[in-house]
Design a protein around this ligand. Sequence first.
Ligand SMILES: [Fe+2]
Length: 441
Amino acid sequence: MNLAELSDDDLRAHVAAELARTRQRSAELTDSVDDEDLVRQHSPLMSPLVWDLAHVGSQEELWLVRDVGGREAIRPDIDDLYDAFQHARADRPQLPLLGPAEARDYVGTVREKVFDLLERTPLEGRRLVDRAFAFGMIVQHEQQHDETMLATHQLRSGPPALSAEPPPSDVDVLPPEVFVPGGTFTMGTSTEPWALDNERPAHEVHVDDFYLDTTPVTNGQYLAFMDAGGYDDPRWWSEAGWAHRQRADLRAPRFWQRDGDRWSRRRFGHLEPVPEAEPVVHVSFHEAEAYAAWAGKRLPTEQEWEKAARFDPASGRSRRYPWGDDDPRPEHANLGQRHLRPAPAGAYRAGAAPCGARQLIGDVWEWTATDFLPYPGFAAFPYREYSEVFFGPEYKVLRGGSFGTDRAACRGTFRNWDYPIRRQIFAGFRCARTPRAEERR
Ligand SMILES: [Fe+2]
């Protein structure tokens, strides 16, 4: 959908539908467990689910009710509790948080006011409301917390609370790599109305010839690395990666366990044999980098990843998505928690990029080799804490979204970032390589 071309009425209807659809997902994630479960901290890496829920409401109150709407504060007394910069996740259970019933009431009250002010707010004249940006930012923020809550579900112990259809199993046999010819392409965007500050502005980038894995690395491929002693061979690891591998005693992706001579994994409360055809998930940047070195390859740079995902050599322009400019539909990509696992490698023919790569969007976030840094011409908007305070070498960029990422929070230009040791996120990777001398074209 081209938000830039919608009439104001259609844009308001779109915002209302996106807000409602998103809240339904938040409700599914929080109604599927009991109150005791909602207030419990399932891992020191995560907030209790009830914190995420009220935090979503708190950000919506701050940006939409107070700033955009200019209305009176609803709960100024709780601003501090739900400010992510004030309290580390590990400390959040000790705070005097709203209980489950109070949190649900609160987010409902905020949302009623937002629906009311959506009708009255001009959608131009101020950058924050231009093309309903602040509403889009809040939709994306809630969807991002929904993915975080989904990760909390994966960390909780006990019987399954969520269920979903399996992803499509229809796969094509594909060459292992695709070739992406060198040249300049347009990276980032200056025109996507709901793109966030770190995706802006559009700028020209030159990328040399490279080969990219057609699909994300599968569990079967990753098992070969493990069987070859990859976890015990410092040759494949960076210095920081090896130090972390030793300290954290890494031996397999998170949630895997040995079952005799086989490996099983725990997935949303189910223990099951590791499916070899699926992209590997719950690996850190360090593990991804070690696998790539073992395979004689490397991780793609963020620039390479985006070129493979967006550049259309036929038109010379960059697409919104690998398949074109249309918003994601179920046949394009595994997004939005429609399925609770990645689809096997080689699925989603309709989602292929012009270079032939598959599953760049959806299934698993993909670690890139690149630090999270601003694009040339970056300007923080609407606040420094959205992206700017995270820029630097401590964070690596992830691209493409996972099965737990909603389409509203996933574009060809969308950038995610995390610490290179993180494994609870739905992250995998694919490899790239520079052509060898005899392959130069
Ligand atoms: Fe947040």
